[in-house]
Design a protein around this ligand. Structure first.
Ligand code: FES
Length: 326
């Protein structure tokens, strides 16, 4: 089995649509599709509309490879920077550069009563979790949220797997997840795994803490950069005497890195906090799209995760604490 930082080629052996704008790709890597842990993802090099190449993380579908292939699902984002459109334009037989599977969203080995909550394309890591939990005999329930019924990727599979434990929550039908009620139905030692857009994650986290649940029994993974349409803004770095323009279709982290500002980052999805910088001033509104900081910290507005959060136009002054060598 390759190590997580080893790269190789994988050939696309099958493609099919699993929901509106969501396409599944079955990938046959050189050397065979290795087993992977729960919550694992693949890193894939995709080409953007401007010709540059960039990494994307795609969760692996299911508890194990199927027919000797890894499966990933990609939502076509429009507008976007073009990576998902490039993926959707692939045909069977294309080759991709992929790193070996890695996971930072694993099921705890002991959990016996679990609630899974998915929003949109966030269902992808939870399919394999549901399969593993059923196989181990755990009590598992799942709420899958989508804007419309045509957005329920893998909904039929999950409903068949979980029976009465599965429920769809459809925005267009007026449904909203009642997180407090869902958490109240969990036993005291029950665990919850959530994957979805940042707003859903924040609502889940606030409700979890609001009902006094142990923080370490809530696990989540975002799919990053979500939160609605973005506007261009200027980021000012007084300590460096620099100003960097952040286009509407780029993250502040990407713009700063491209401008030669040294940044720390890991998840690039608003989860780990490694990219957080100090906010000195903002003449517009800060849009916090991370799940690392609490609602109180967002309200204070003293720090911001550069990978997903941004200003809604205007100018944002920050300090990264990085100083170029003299
Ligand atoms: S890199 Fe992890 S929160 Fe930004």
């Amino acid at each position: 089995m390759r190590k997580a930082d080893e790269w190789g080629e994988a050939r696309v052996v099958a493609i099919h649509d699993v929901a509106a704008d969501i396409r599944e790709f079955q990938l046959s890597p050189q050397g065979g599709a290795a087993a992977y842990p729960s919550g694992a993802h693949l890193r894939v090099r995709v080409q953007l509309a401007d010709g540059r190449w960039e990494l994307r993380h795609y969760s692996l579908i299911g508890a194990a490879p199927r027919d000797g292939a890894w499966r990933i699902a990609v939502k076509r984002e429009s507008p976007g920077r073009g990576g998902s459109r490039w993926m959707h334009a692939l045909n069977v037989g294309a080759t991709l550069d992929v790193a070996a599977p890695a996971s930072h969203f694993e099921l705890s080995p002991a959990c016996s009563s679990v609630l899974l909550i998915a929003g949109g394309i966030g269902v992808t890591p939870l399919v394999g979790m549901a399969e593993r939990l059923v196989a181990r005999g755990a009590a598992v329930r799942m709420i899958q949220a989508a804007r419309g019924r045509d957005g329920l990727a893998y909904g039929d599979e999950l409903a068949a797997l979980l029976g009465d434990g599965y429920r769809a929550s459809i925005d267009d039908e007026g449904a909203r997840i009642d997180f407090a009620a869902a958490f109240a139905a969990l036993p005291a030692d029950g665990e919850c795994y959530v994957c979805g857009p940042a707003g859903m994650m924040a609502a889940a986290r606030d409700a979890w803490h609001g009902v006094g649940r142990a923080a370490d029994l809530l696990r989540f993974e975002t799919f990053g950069g979500t939160g609605g349409a973005a506007r261009a803004f200027t980021v000012r770095l007084p300590a460096l005497g620099r100003e960097v323009e952040v286009p509407a279709d780029a993250s502040m982290l990407d713009a700063l890195e491209r401008a030669g500002v040294e940044m720390l980052a890991d998840c690039r999805r608003g989860e780990c906090g490694l990219c957080a910088v100090d906010v000195l001033d903002c003449d517009s509104t800060i849009e916090h799209r991370d799940v690392f900081f609490s609602a109180e910290q967002h309200a204070e507005g003293k720090r911001i995760c550069a990978c997903v959060s941004r200003a809604d136009g205007g100018t944002l002054s920050i300090d990264t604490y990085w100083r170029p060598a003299a």
